[in-house]
Write a new protein. Structure first.
Length: 160
């Protein structure tokens, strides 16, 4: 490979890597950035697996900022993890998170898992395909959803 082609390839790879990181909308604590009390409440409740409290924290946060993809995603997640989830509400909020941020990796993973709960492996695969496009160099969300689909299909095959 000549030097010019090599340099072009390196620039393309670095740009792709940068865009892959930019697509991650998972909240992160960064120096100089104010802590988000709603996210802190959610994290504390989720750490205790208190999904009702986690959902309440995100529901309150959505009351203040309905256009926040992370809040919609985590509200849906906590509803899904809690007892007797209202799957129509779960899908509503995952879809809202994806409307706000179509490259939200967490929302793609979690809605895929929700589709598996509903028995719709094809829709889960659609979101796996989206993650494959978003995560140019791979990501945990892609790996986790791929594993969940594989486990779902193994259970379905063994129960026949």
């Amino acid at each position: 490979m000549n030097r010019s082609a090599f340099n072009t390839l390196m620039v393309a790879i670095s740009l792709a890597a940068g865009s892959a990181f930019a697509a991650d909308t998972t909240p992160a604590s960064t120096p100089g950035r104010a802590a988000d009390p709603a996210m802190e409440q959610y994290q504390a409740a989720a750490g205790r697996e208190d999904w009702r409290a986690a959902a309440a924290a995100m529901r309150d946060a959505l009351g203040r900022d309905a256009g926040n993809a992370d809040y919609n995603n985590l509200y849906a997640y906590s509803l899904r993890k809690g007892p007797n989830p209202d799957m129509s509400l779960v899908f509503k909020h995952y879809n809202e998170a994806l409307r706000i941020d179509p490259k939200h990796r967490g929302a793609h993973e979690y809605i895929g898992e929700a589709y598996l709960m509903a028995g719709n492996v094809e829709k889960a695969r659609e979101h796996l395909g989206q993650l494959d496009k978003i995560c140019f160099f791979g990501c945990a969300e892609f790996t986790d959803l791929k594993k969940a689909i594989s486990e779902y299909e193994s259970k379905r095959t063994s129960s026949r």
